[in-house]
Design a protein around this ligand. Structure first.
Ligand code: MAN
Ligand code: CA
Length: 159
């Protein structure tokens, strides 16, 4: 009987170890932040909510180096950024998720040529789009209801 519970516990331990590893490996460090690249696809609002649930916020891009890092990592995926013009059409802003992610002045933007175009007057959320040749021209506005991948960020101050 002891042998049986020993075997069960060993199995359980290995399973938990694996789960922990998986979770840790979903995050990558760059400078003073940790980034999470989703495996699922969700709407912008659900993506934002998912990040908050992880003690993080949808990614806020503050520098050219950060843009290049995120572009390089998500190269094969379209991902949501924490950037939107849902409050006032044409006025783009970073999310403000309080202590987790401070709203900041737009700063430098990395739109694809011709974007943001608010196609069919229905595109208020920014994605970083895949397979563009210029890593400094990869943002596009899309309808916030589109299900795509997303990236969360945790900054050192909130770790
Ligand atoms: C698609 C969408 C739009 C984008 C155009 C660019 O229609 O991704 O958001 O502006 O392509 O051609
Ligand atoms: Ca667009």
């Amino acid at each position: 009987q002891l042998q049986t519970s020993y075997n069960t516990l060993t199995k359980e331990r290995d399973h938990l170890k694996e789960e922990l590893n998986k979770q840790t490996c979903e995050w990558r460090r760059f400078k003073s932040s940790l980034y999470y690249l989703s495996t699922e696809k969700k709407s912008w609002t659900e993506s934002r909510q998912d990040c908050l649930g992880r003690g993080a916020h949808l990614v806020i891009i503050n520098s050219k180096e950060e843009q290049e890092f995120i572009h390089g990592w998500s190269e094969c995926l379209d991902i949501y950024l924490g950037f939107h013009d849902t409050n006032t059409e044409g006025v783009w802003e970073w999310i403000n998720d309080g202590a987790l992610g401070q709203s900041s002045a737009p700063g430098t933007t990395y739109w694809r040529d011709g974007e943001p175009n608010d196609a069919n007057q229905g595109e208020d959320c920014a994605q970083l789009s895949k397979q563009v040749s210029d890593p400094l021209k990869s943002w596009n506005d899309i309808p916030c209801t589109t299900n795509i991948h997303w990236m969360c960020e945790k900054t050192t101050s909130t770790l």
